[in-house]
Design a protein around this ligand. Sequence first.
Ligand code: MSP
Length: 514
Amino acid sequence: MQTYYVTTPIYYVNDEPHLGHMYTTIAADILARYERLSGKDVFFLTGADEHGQKVQQAAEVRGIEPIELADQVVERYATLWPELSISNDDFIRTSSERHHKAVHAMWKRLQDAGAIYKGFYEDWYCVPCETYWTETQLKDADCWESHHCPDCQRDVEKIQEESYFFRLSDYQERLIDYIKEHPDFIAPESRRNEVLSFVEGGLRDLSVSRTTFSWGIPVPDDDKHVIYVWIDALTNYLTAAGFPDQEIPKHWPADVHLIGKDILRFHAVYWSCMLMAAGLPLPKRVFAHGWWTVDGEKMSKSKGNALRPLDLLKGYDADVLRYFLVREVPFGQDGDFSHQALKMRYNSELANDVGNLLNRSLAMLKKYNGSVLGACAEEQDMDRALIADVEAMQRDVNDLLHRQAFHLALERINQVVKHGNRYVEDNAPWGLAKSGDLTRLNTVLYHLVETLRLIAIQLSPFMPEKMTLMLQQIMNEDIDVSKLRLLDEAGWGKLKEGHQCQAPSPIFPRMDLD
Ligand code: MSP
C-alpha cells in the first residue's frame, strides 16, 4: 500500500495554543484525511517541542520545572485536537525516551560522517526566537546599534562558549543542486527562490550545542553540552516514524512537512543538510504557509489579541473554522482573520450553496417520492454535463490537494455545487411534478442526490462532522467518514433505485451577521 506521511511543526510549550498552531494542524489533518480516503497508508504527526532555553525560562518565571510546564501545555493540545477533529496518528514529545534515543542516534551518524567538530562560539542570540545572529547580520538589518533581533525586535544577548559545530558549509553546493533538481521540494515558489538565494549567499557552520542551560538532550559522552534545540526538534519527524530502530522507517521520507514561513530556513536548509550528512533521504516537500493577522493586526501576547482555538470553538463549529481557514486565504499567503469575513463566507458558500442544494433536493425527493430514489431514465445532455463536472472535479481536487492548494480545491467543489443548483433551476422538478412527467422527475432527483453524495465525500476531509451528517441524510445509515475509500465510494451510480433517503435537516443554518 502506498504510504503518505504528513507533519506539522512541533509546537513550543511556552505558549498556549493559538490560531497559528490550529491553522497548520487543520491543514495537515485535511491532507491526512484526504490521503486516507484515497486509500493510502497515512501517518499524520504533530507534537510538542519541549526543550530549549525559552521553555526553561518560561518555567522559571512560573516557578515550576520545565517538564511540569511541558506537561501542562501538552495536555492543552491533547484536549484541543479532538475538539477540532484532528486525526493525528501520533503525538511526539521531545522529552520522551524514544526521542532522546533518536536524537542520540542522529548525532552519532553526523559525528561518524565527520560532520561535527568542537570549536568556540561567539555570537548574538535571540532567546525568544532561539536564533543566532552574526554581527554582520545585525548590521545589515540595522539592529546593531540597538542590539535587537531582526525578526522579533527583542533584545539579543552576546554568547561566548565552547560549542560543537555542524559542517553546514560543506553541504551548500549539494543543497543548491538538490533544490534545483527537485522543483517541488520547497513551496510556494517564492519561498523556494528565497531559500535558494539564501543558500547561494553562503552557509556558515552551525553551532549545535549549548553549555549555558541544561533543559535539553545532552551531547553523547559530553553532558556539559546540550544539543541545540533545532537539531533536537527537527529529528522528531524521524523519531515518530520509527528511527533509529528502523534505519529508514516505513513512512520515511515524509511526503510533506507543513510549516509557517518563519521556520522555513530550519526545515529547508538545516534539516536537509542534516539528512544529507546522515545519509538519509530528504522529505519530498516542505510547504511554508503564511501568517494570520487578526482584524489587520499582528497577533501578540503583549497585545493580548492572540485568537485562542477554544474561544473560537465557543462561537463556531469546528468544521466551520476548518473550512474558513483554508478557504479564505491561499495556502502560502498571509491572511487576515475577521468574524465578519468568516460569517460572510459561511453564509454564501455553505448556507446558501451547499446547504441549499442539500435541503431543496432532499425536500423535493420527500415531497414527490417519499424520500425514495426512483428509476433513472435515459440521460439527457444536462445530466451528462453534471456527471462530467463531478468526475472532473474529483480529479482536480486530487491534483490541487497534492499541491496544497486547499482554497482552489474548495472552489472547485463549490463550482459543482453551483452547477447542481443551476441544474435544479434548469430542470424545474416542480414543473415536472405538475405536468406528471415522473420519469424525468425521478431522473433529475437521482442526479441531484448522487451529486450531493459525491460532493459530501470530497468535502469530508475538510468538514468531517458536517459531512457525516450530510451523508447520513443521503445514505440513511450511520456513517464513519474516516472509513470511506474513494475506490469503493466515489464512482457515479452507487446509489440504486429504491434507495431510501432521509428527510432534510439543515446542517448549515444561516448565521446572523451581527
Ligand atoms: N518549535 C518550533 C517548530 C519546530 S518544528 C521541528 C516552533 N514552534 S512555535 O510554536 O513557535 O510555532 C509553530 C508554528 O506556528 C510555526 O509554523 C509558525 O509559523 C506558526 N505560527 C505562529 N504564529 C502564526 C500566525 N500568526 N499565523 C500562522 N501561523 C503562525 O516554531
